[in-house]
Design a protein around this ligand. Structure first.
Ligand SMILES: NC(=O)C1=CN([C@@H]2O[C@H](COP(=O)(O)OP(=O)(O)OC[C@H]3O[C@@H](n4cnc5c(N)ncnc54)[C@H](O)[C@@H]3O)[C@@H](O)[C@H]2O)C=CC1
Ligand SMILES: O=C([O-])CC(=O)C(=O)O
Length: 376
């Protein structure tokens, strides 16, 4: 039975071990998200990018969409966020007005535009990008590249021009190829800070914890499975040998788990039968990554999340998802692949050729577009 005094609060799960994840901040009881977070928004700089000293300004591009709306809601509920700038090519005014009535500190502004530059002119701390087309049954994530590369290209270009110090968190698919698009554009502008560009593979971490929780009858909030590789099919590689609590899963059961994880996005696409892909779990996962980044910006140590980033961990791969220690300026330290057993090494080695192709697709696109350099 729930008592009348029940409040939902953040669960500090993981002190000192490989994870930082907490539920998104809901309510006002958590010290982590209280108004006492280091550095409150000062009147003098509230329209500028506020950096680690102040409550962050966050732009969500694609905020009207299936992911964008619940993600914006979760961000609005976090009292450590100073401002939410909601951007979409569809009419953004209604969603923004709706969210703005929630009694949390984040100020809500909105832009209805296809030009992300309009929204980034004042500078923001974090850009969250869930803009773009989702899959329909029968499609692979890579089929989305032709539709979605442009919005990532345009966002990166606008970021380089107007808000180059932002952290960019890319949800748009195919993550394995569009993260290279963003990085190539920023590199050509001389604005790439590889520590600040994240491809969201957090949903794989969320699903892995959920599925292992089910298999082992453990509270999934207590489960941490390091994820490496990328965010599509066989490039999604869980490291069960290093999960917490430790899990013994072998043979067919292990194969089944890996397959279920690698196909989880497709299962949602099929179940939604033409009405898009994962939105709610992705909104949660996006908020989890975003909140981890914010907590690290504000000085919390031991914040670890896996994400798909510029990488020098494995010689053949310029981009790779690995667990990352987050810090005041994005990635503090790439924790690398770590120890893998033979099964995991085999999964990884089999995925390498696909991951190289995915990166090459993104790089080729940017070359064909002229590189993203500003001509003015
Ligand atoms: N990284 C991950 O784990 C996941 C990624 N995704 C991806 O996220 C993306 C979004 O998915 P949904 O929210 O379900 O799609 P959706 O179609 O519901 O929403 C996309 C939103 O982006 C907006 N948009 C499109 N182009 C734009 C532009 N140039 N400027 C501003 N806004 C623009 C649309 O108007 C729409 O509101 C898809 O590419 C999907 O594949 C989805 C689930 C998980
Ligand atoms: O499968 C899709 O198209 C969306 C996605 O990335 C996921 O749910 O993991």
């Amino acid at each position: 039975m729930f008592s009348a005094a029940l409040r939902i609060t953040v669960l500090p799960l993981t002190k000192g071990r490989l994870s930082s994840h907490v539920l998104p901040a809901i309510g006002t009881t958590s010290a982590r998200f209280s108004g006492k977070a280091p550095g409150c928004l000062s009147k003098s700089n509230k329209s500028k990018s506020s950096g680690s000293q102040n409550k962050p300004r966050i732009a969500v591009i694609g905020a009207c969409g299936g992911i964008g709306q619940p993600l914006a809601l979760l961000l609005k509920l976090n009292p450590s966020i100073g401002e939410l700038i909601l951007v979409d090519k569809d009419n953004m005014a209604g969603v923004a007005a709706d969210l703005s009535h929630i009694e949390t500190p984040a100020k809500v502004s909105h832009f209805t535009t296809q030009n992300p530059g309009d929204a980034l002119k004042g500078g923001v701390d974090i850009i969250v990008l869930p803009a773009g087309v989702p899959r329909k049954p029968g499609m692979k994530r890579s089929d989305l590249f032709v539709s979605n590369a442009k919005v990532v290209y345009d966002t990166a270009k606008a970021m380089g021009e107007h808000s180059p110090d932002s952290i960019l968190l890319i949800i748009t698919n195919p993550v394995n190829s569009v993260v290279p698009v963003a990085c190539e554009v920023l590199k050509n502008q001389g604005k790439l800070n590889p520590k600040k560009i994240f491809g969201a593979s957090t949903l794989d971490s969320v699903r892995a914890a959920t599925f292992i929780g089910e298999i082992t009858n453990t509270d999934p909030r207590e489960v941490v499975v390091p994820l490496i590789g990328g965010h599509s099919g066989t490039t999604i590689i869980p490291l069960l040998s290093r999960s917490h609590p430790s899990v013994t899963l072998e043979g067919e059961k292990r194969d089944e788990f890996v397959k279920k994880l690698q196909n989880a996005g497709t299962a949602v696409v099929q179940a939604k039968a033409g009405k898009g892909s994962a939105t709610l779990a992705m909104a949660y996962a996006g908020s989890r990554l975003c909140f981890g980044i914010i907590r690290a910006m504000q000085g919390e140590s031991n914040v670890v999340e896996s994400a798909y980033v510029v990488s020098d961990i494995y010689p053949e791969l310029k981009y790779l998802a690995t667990p990352l220690l987050l810090g005041k300026n994005g990635i503090e330290k790439n924790l690398g692949l770590g120890k893998m057993n033979d099964y995991e090494t085999d999964l990884f080695c089999k995925a390498v050729p696909q991951m190289k192709k995915d990166v090459a697709l993104g790089e080729k696109y940017v070359k064909e577009q002229g590189g993203g350099k500003s001509i003015c």
